[in-house]
Design a protein around this ligand. Sequence first.
Ligand SMILES: Cc1cc2nc3c(=O)[nH]c(=O)nc-3n(C[C@H](O)[C@H](O)[C@H](O)COP(=O)(O)O)c2cc1C
Length: 368
Amino acid sequence: MADNSIHTDLFSPTKLGEIELANRIVMAPLTRSRVNKEGVPNELNVTYYVQRASAGLIISEATNISAQGRGYAMTPGIWTEDQVEGWKKVTDAIHLAGGKLVIQLWHVGRCSHVDLQPNREAPVAPSAIKADGNVYTESGIQEVSMPRALRIDEIPGIVEQYRHAAECAKRAGFDGVEIHSANNYLLEQFLRDSTNHRTDQYGGSIENRVRLALEVVEAVTSVWSSGRVGIRLSPVTTEVGNTPLDSNVMATYSYLIQQLNKFKLAYLHFVEGTTGKNRTVPENVDLGTLRSLFDGAYIGNNNYDFEMAISRRAEGQVDAVAFGRPFISNPDLVERLRYGIKLADVTNDAYYGNGAKGYTDWPKANSF
Ligand SMILES: Cc1cc2nc3c(=O)[nH]c(=O)nc-3n(C[C@H](O)[C@H](O)[C@H](O)COP(=O)(O)O)c2cc1C
């Protein structure tokens, strides 16, 4: 008799560094803007994450490492004791449900508005170059504010924000942390020569532009075992802020990845293409080459469907696949994929805000 079962080890246990996963389906980080003004996770957030605990690994929504790092209202933080306590409820509940959760550490850099900044100060960035985009503030959608360039004597303070957040994350009971160096937030703003016009030791040469990201990795791995620290990169995305690519993507990101190898991180998480839009890559960029430079585990993301996940896993291109939007409308995504159950579609009015609606009210499939 023909064997019609799907041959994939996506549903088999694996390890990313020291983090043990029940399967290779990862929930991508998803900002949902359902947290209070103080950035403290609540019971609704606990319910949302627990509903999705069958993912092999959940990467939390991007979480602000400081008041200065905020660029969007109603997003969580991980720098105060109340935030630690709020997250502790989430991590305890996820662990009871058998899941794993790492926190994505976020500083938005120039993608902010003065309304979200302490004392209505200008957002900070490598250089005073404005993004082309909007952010969500307490009074609605607003155009980003003009940023100011960080002074060199302020950079140790930025690294300290990451270190402190990493320490808070440890106390909050996470299984690890993901350093958000993607989607053109602060760390990627330093990496790219399109957003970094500095002339000091944090700008100019590739070594200089990569310096801050490496200092942050160093600081975070001084708190966490490196086998519990991952990093997210997005070498060819123009999201957010309609940000131009680096003038030499291959050289800059090759150097960065080779330097990252020294830390023996848990994983490298790539947004393959333009985040949430397409998988198109410029002719002079080869993401496969970049990926192959990394010595550790690799999570692929962006516009994957199940067939693509199976084939890229079978070809040995990925160790795990992160799904974003499908996890919004399918809390039981792993089971649905496994048993061939039709997926529910999501529309973008469910993405941000609105409490439980479009957040915790997506039903699980009736039976498997
Ligand atoms: C509503 C929404 C919120 C997102 N929030 C984050 C975030 O907090 N951090 C991040 O790195 N990416 C974020 N992303 C990007 C996703 O992690 C993912 O890269 C993107 O949705 C593409 O994956 P998909 O095709 O499986 O949805 C977000 C995407 C969406 C749709």
